[in-house]
Design a binder for this molecule. Structure first.
Ligand code: 4GX
Length: 224
């Protein structure tokens, strides 16, 4: 998959995507990631990317011309253009799976108070938020999406990682897990896990997952 990112802070992307599984996917050619500085598509001396909102109000907006020129130069027939902003639909594992099936993505990160509405109307296929809190810009949200999508690409995870039961895949949170030692500072591992009775272990895990989900994430148990 090809992922292009448009941002005012390309340096923020150095580090998180240069480690571990994501770097391995990049080196293997499974992910072709390119980070682009939006200011490269300005034409004035000051490389202006923002302007004041018509009708007044606080703060600045991302002006349309650099965004249009950048997106038009980076996109192909097959590109899905995705804005990152708090006004988007809430990103989740189902959306990650959907994005992982695309041929290429262009992630456009929000800065300032947001986008001129014509960007949304004309350039974007989708707008995503990573959650209901306010960040300083869209670089971290873009990295979150890249990470969640990349691990789903065929060949990125080893068999061990991908066969693992995952929270959100089966709709429940994980059951409690323990490793050695069997007793640590007086804290014992539940007897059933050492019993060797696999039917009982299954039953215990299912019940624990249900209780934990009820307590921490009751929303996951409700029908939509
Ligand atoms: N999930 N932010 C974007 C600027 C902005 C404001 C309004 C578009 C519209 C965020 C999030 C997030 C802060 C990134 C505001 N852009 N993005 N930025 N949560 O909080 O995606």
């Amino acid at each position: 998959m090809k992922i292009d990112v448009l941002t005012l802070f390309p340096a923020m992307f150095a580090g998180p995507l240069d480690e571990s599984i994501i770097m391995r996917a990049r080196k293997a050619g499974l992910l072709d990631l390119k980070i682009h500085q939006l200011r490269d598509w300005t034409h004035d001396r000051h490389k202006t990317v923002d302007d004041r909102p018509f009708g007044g109000g606080p703060g600045m907006l991302m002006k349309p011309e650099p965004l249009f020129e950048a997106v038009e130069s980076l996109r192909r027939e097959t590109t899905r253009v995705v804005l990152l902003s708090p006004s988007g639909r809430k990103f989740n594992q189902a959306i990650a799976r959907e994005l992982a099936e695309q041929k290429d993505l262009l992630l456009v990160t929000g800065h300032y108070e947001g986008f001129d509405e014509r960007v949304r109307e004309t350039l974007a296929h989708d707008e995503l938020s990573i959650g209901d809190y306010v960040l300083t810009n869209g670089a971290l949200p873009a990295m979150v999406v890249i990470d969640a999508v990349t691990r789903l690409l065929p060949g990125v995870l080893g068999d061990d990682d991908s066969s693992r039961d995952e929270s959100f895949s089966h709709g429940l949170l994980e059951y409690p897990q323990y490793t050695r030692p069997a007793e640590f500072r007086g804290l014992k591992v539940p007897e059933v896990l050492m019993s060797g009775n696999h039917a009982e272990i299954e039953k215990w895990r299912r019940e624990q997952a249900r209780q934990r989900t009820q307590k921490q994430r009751p929303d996951l148990l409700k029908p939509d």
